[in-house]
Ligand binder design. Structure first.
Ligand SMILES: *Cc1c(COP(=O)(O)O)cnc(C)c1O
Length: 324
């Protein structure tokens, strides 16, 4: 299984390809008894941490697999990361998407150098095409979270936190499929098991939380949310992330849309940063003291910045674009 060593190997592999992101003070959430710092994955190339895992998975392929190219079905941050990581090592990336994906997203992925294959009317049909390309064209699928090399790559966020802040006692991490939190938890708990790792999802469609409650992977209906990057399931055949989260994550907290919006507003107001909903979920947990486990030295992983301007503007205007 995965260990701290896999994460160190990932770091050696990816360090010349990804940004070592800064950990900055957050004075307005800090006090005499509590220090809060922000881990800015918003400054990662492609605007989200996913470049770490995708780069590690692609660099771990053998030369013949690299030659055949990589494939995935994501149009969001994972798709951008796969396209970018592949282009950097000279491999071909194919991103499969349904004909419902808006043209601007299609263009954005093409601009990163990937082949785009438009197929079918749903994400599921796009995923069937991925499997076909894996079988018939011998491409390697780069999954968004449930893959050892992806988790190890995301875990480099945790290594950097430990190096930059030896007194850290709490880490707040956004959760969807759980690749990020599994990697971070493995990294920090291997060094100090007392560090609390707290996951945060939105109430609307929290597949990891539902799966933890049931003790097995379950599907939840998908609903539109400000934290769109946290949508989607954990995979009914989940192999890695659910087990690691069950073992190492102390708590998962669910947020309402207005709490996510307030996190985005805060980061803009106090730090001048544009952060997507998924990236802002740690903030309300501190603002509203939503956990008993918060310690004195709290790091918030601000996981990404990719939000469209219309959505962001409406959040700043105090509206909830997807309802309350
Ligand atoms: C993918 C993503 C997440 C969730 O990561 P998982 O590994 O799926 O849990 C959080 N924030 C952003 C910005 C993302 O793109």
């Amino acid at each position: 299984m995965l260990s701290l060593q896999n994460i160190y190997h990932a770091r050696n592999r990816i360090q010349s390809h990804v940004v070592r992101t800064p950990l900055v003070a957050c004075p307005s959430l800090s006090s005499k008894s509590r220090q809060v710092r922000l881990k800015l994955e918003t400054t990662q190339d492609t605007g989200a941490f996913k470049l770490r895992g995708a780069t590690n998975a692609i660099l771990s392929l053998d030369p013949s697999a690299l030659e055949a190219g990589v494939v995935c079905a994501s149009t969001g941050n994972h798709g951008r990361a796969v396209a970018t990581a592949a282009a950097r090592v000279g491999a071909k990336a194919t991103i499969c998407m349904s004909n419902l994906v808006p043209q601007n997203k299609v263009q954005a992925i093409k601009a990163l150098g990937a082949d785009v294959r438009i197929i079918g009317k749903s994400q599921d049909e796009a995923q069937v095409e991925v499997q076909r390309l894996v079988v018939e064209d011998r491409m390697s699928e780069i999954p968004p979270f449930d893959h050892a090399d992806v988790i190890a790559g995301q875990g480099t966020v945790g290594l950097e936190l430990m190096e930059d802040w030896s007194d850290i006692d709490t880490v707040l991490v956004p959760v969807s499929g759980g690749g990020l939190i599994a990697g971070v938890a493995l990294a920090v708990k291997s060094v100090n098991f007392n560090i609390k790792v707290i996951g945060i999802s939105m109430e609307r469609g929290a597949a990891m939380d539902a799966s933890l409650q049931r003790g097995r992977p379950v599907e939840v209906p998908e609903e539109p949310s400000l934290a769109d990057s946290l949508g989607g399931g954990i995979g009914l055949q989940n192999e890695y992330t659910l087990g690691v989260v069950q073992e190492l994550v102390d708590e998962v907290i669910l947020l309402k849309e207005e709490q996510i919006a307030s996190g985005m507003q805060f980061l803009y107001r106090e730090h001048g940063m544009v952060v997507e909903g998924a990236g802002a979920v740690g903030i309300p947990v501190i603002q509203e003291n939503l956990s008993q486990r918060l310690g004195e030295n709290i790091a918030v992983v601000v996981s990404g910045r990719n939000v469209d301007l219309k959505t962001f503007q409406s959040v700043l205007d105090g509206e909830l674009p997807f309802g309350a």
